[in-house]
Design a protein around this ligand. Structure first.
Ligand code: GDP
Ligand code: MG
Length: 668
């Protein structure tokens, strides 16, 4: 038995899904967190699967994720729909409910967040609502685990008994006549296409091109549909989609008047409203955002993350040294000892040392998200992004891009228009991902000890600025399309949940450690091998004469104009394609230095201006192979993905060249 969880964004679907299945999906106080559907077995109900769908506001798909949700409900034929309704926002949520009812599938309504409604002195007569809608309504609180058993019992019995919603007509008058007349016209077509005819008729009355195609209507039927719609427009004086929206909202208003006692504004809501006066202020919102981001970076790079990293790095170095000495005493084969200390420990240890930096950054970002602030930022950056042909919707992928480009590129699925989606995908790699943090940390420790935090913050800003510039250029040279309007729900501010923040940090830490122990470990061993042997497989004293040295020297001239035409730097950039952390581990392996000694060793390879050029180059050049693969998938073509890689390398080269030349003037 399959139960589909459908509801508006942020109505608590994922929370309920986690409660029912015991899963640990990310719950965000931010619309659009669930992009793909997830399924899981309901605990205590053998053979019952719950499917968490992306949030939708209506069944007219505006974005690919909305389409995914709708297609699942229509095509995968779940045994019942659990429609999750945010009771604190009941009018808007019921809009989707009315459309789900038209689908004529077994359904129950989970009236979620009842704890919040009660807490604010509101009341909802669930029984009465249930009678009005002809669908069982179960008041629940997913967060507090209230009413879940009743909900499951109702859902299972609706599915088993194939109990359909009892009421389909939400009004009389012009709209109803129009829908009925269209339903009559398309009935047989709908049966063939396996779409409920009432649902199809309502869609057609609103004017839905894809639906006309799906039903394969002929010219005569299309004529009948548009005549019926024209009559409705004439009778109501509204255009066809407005007429239907008006009908639904009037009905919702009526039943809410009978069943809902609105909560008063709670203290928290009043606080939210007051906070939003500043945080979404017309002029001050953006400066406030930048100040907050500055604070976050400053805390990460100057106060908490980097100092902790230094401690950890010192510890790892000491450990490496101790182990090396023990191995020497033991009399281990020198080649093997070198593999362990110069390869594995240098490479993996160096990268692992930066875990605290990554965790600190994500601590702040997840606090910002969970408190409800990030939704505001998407809202206030909408205007800024519109300047380059994007909208606030692109903010989410870009924000995720600070973590990792792979999920960021996937998050772009929420963007409804093709052009904006593609542009957002192209621009996410400019948001400096967390794998690049170790590179910044090592280089700033080596060359810019006085102003480490400043250099790192500048790099982040530089990346974003390059992205904006690139976006502006793309916007100018690609044909324009109308941007879809951007609607976002601003959730109330609240204390970030400790559990949610900790869970995100645990995921991040785990992810980082896993990468260090797989990709980076492998890369380190390969680099050690290629850097220790020559083509006759004889171990070399000086790795400049190794296999890798030969290769590195071959491509190094490409980077000479940027100040780092040195073979080790060139090799590090190549391994960086596998994973960005590998840039650091490669340098560690090739200089034979672990963690804390690495910054000093880098002094022999780079001059400070060249180091700046190198930082800018790594900031901007090709995203790693996993990100490129994700882009290929989402852009749908290998050629476009290859173009992105090429474009980024060219931009990186040019930017590094300029930065290096300018820096030269200051450093001599
Ligand atoms: P989705 O977008 O529909 O998947 O919604 P989520 O499950 O991500 O939840 C959205 C927000 O609502 C999160 O901040 C949850 O903590 C919160 N939430 C979910 N269920 C409840 C509930 O029963 N009561 C309250 N007060 N908050 C809830
Ligand atoms: Mg969700």
């Amino acid at each position: 038995m399959i139960l589909a969880l459908a509801g508006n964004q942020n109505s608590g679907k994922t929370t309920l899904f986690n409660r029912l299945t015991g899963a640990n999906q990310h719950v965000g106080n931010f619309p659009g967190v669930t992009v793909e559907r997830k399924s899981g077995i309901v605990r205590g109900y053998k053979g019952v699967t719950a499917v968490d769908l992306p949030g939708v506001y209506s069944l007219r798909p505006y974005s690919p994720e909305e389409k995914a949700a709708r297609d699942f409900i229509l095509n995968a034929a779940p045994d019942a729909i659990i429609n999750i309704v945010d009771a604190t926002n009941i009018e808007r949520n019921l809009y989707l409910t009315l459309q789900l009812i038209e689908l004529g599938k077994p359904m129950v309504i989970a009236l979620n967040m009842m704890d919040a409604v009660r807490g604010n002195g509101g009341r909802i007569a669930a029984k009465r609502l249930s009678e009005e809608l002809g669908v069982t309504v179960v008041p629940i609180s997913a967060a507090k685990r209230e009413g879940l058993d009743q909900l499951m019992a109702a859902a299972v019995s609706a599915a088993a008994g194939k109990r359909l919603p009892k009421r389909l007509d939400f009004c009389g008058g012009a709209c109803l006549r129009c829908i009925h007349s269209i339903a009559g016209t398309v009935e047989s077509r709908a049966a063939i296409a396996n779409i409920p005819s009432r649902f199809a008729a309502a869609r057609l009355a609103e004017g839905d091109g894809p639906m006309e195609k799906a039903l394969a209507l002929n010219a005569g039927e299309l004529g009948a549909v548009s005549r019926a719609a024209a009559l409705m427009e004439h009778e109501t004086g509204l255009d066809r989609s407005a007429a239907l929206a008006d009908m639904r909202y009037s009905f919702i208003e009526e039943i809410c008047a009978r069943t809902v006692k609105k909560p008063v504004y709670s203290k928290g809501q009043e606080r939210s409203i007051r906070a939003d006066r500043l945080l979404t202020h017309k002029i001050l919102a953006l400066p406030v955002f930048f100040i907050i981001m500055f604070f976050v970076f400053f805390m990460t790079f100057a106060v908490i993350g980097v100092p902790l990293s230094n401690l950890l790095g010192g510890g790892i170095s000491a450990l490496a040294l101790g182990i090396d000495r023990a191995l020497a005493d033991f009399g281990l084969n020198p080649a093997l000892r070198s593999l362990l200390t110069d390869g594995v420990f240098s490479g993996v240890g160096t990268v692992l040392g930066f875990l605290p930096v990554v965790l600190t950054l994500f601590f702040f970002l997840s606090v910002m998200e969970d408190s409800g602030y990030m939704a505001r930022v998407a809202f206030v950056t909408d205007k800024l992004l519109r300047g380059i042909g994007l909208s606030g919707r692109s903010f989410v992928p870009m924000l995720i891009g600070f973590g990792c480009t792979v999920p960021a590129v996937m998050a772009a699925r929420t963007i409804p228009t093709e052009r904006e989606r593609k542009m957002a995908i192209l621009l996410t790699p400019f948001m400096s991902c967390s794998a690049k943090l170790p590179i910044y940390a090592v280089f700033t420790a080596a060359f810019f000890r006085q102003n480490r935090a400043a250099v790192m913050i500048l790099l982040y800003i530089f990346g974003m600025a390059a992205g904006l510039l690139c976006g502006a250029a793309l916007n100018k040279f690609t044909p324009r399309e109308n941007l879809s309007p951007f609607m976002i729900e601003l959730p109330g501010y609240r204390m970030p949940s400790v559990k949610s923040v900790l869970m995100l940090m645990r995921d991040k830490a785990w992810d980082f450690i896993r990468r260090a122990c797989t990709v980076i470990l492998l890369a380190s061993v390969v680099i050690w091998f290629l850097g220790s042997f020559n083509y006759q497989f004889v171990m070399v004293e000086d790795s400049a004469f190794s296999l890798l040295g030969t290769l590195g020297r071959f491509i190094a001239p490409l980077f000479a104009p940027l100040g780092f035409g040195e073979w080790r730097a060139a090799t590090a950039l190549i391994t960086g394609f596998a994973a960005k952390e590998a840039v650091v581990s490669t340098l560690a392996v090739l200089t034979g230095n672990a963690v804390s000694a690495l910054p000093d060793a880098l002094g022999g390879i780079f001059t400070p201006p060249a180091a700046l050029g190198f930082l800018v180059f790594t900031l901007l050049y090709t995203p790693c192979i996993a990100a490129v693969a994700a882009m290929r998938r989402e852009l749908g073509s290998a050629v476009s993905a290859a173009r992105v890689v090429l474009l980024q390398c060219v931009i990186a080269w040019a930017a590094a060249f300029i930065v290096y030349r300018i820096a030269m003037m200051f450093f001599v």
